[in-house]
Design a protein around this ligand. Sequence first.
Ligand SMILES: [Zn+2]
Length: 73
Amino acid sequence: MPDRPSNAPPGSAARPEHPRRGARCPICGRPVVPAHRPFCSPRCRQADLGHWLSGSYAIPGEPVAERDPDLED
Ligand SMILES: [Zn+2]
């Protein structure tokens, strides 16, 4: 095993420090506040979470197929 901590952050996963200029809150459309990005406020952050929990968001992608036990190695 390499002698590095397992929780070392990947070096290439740098994220932009600031939202794009003119970025808008996906909930209410107001300008994004960096402290709350990608939302404009804690309230909108909670609203977004609520959408996820209530299933309002449709996640694009293939449906999860049920695993066929015969295909397991
Ligand atoms: Zn908002």
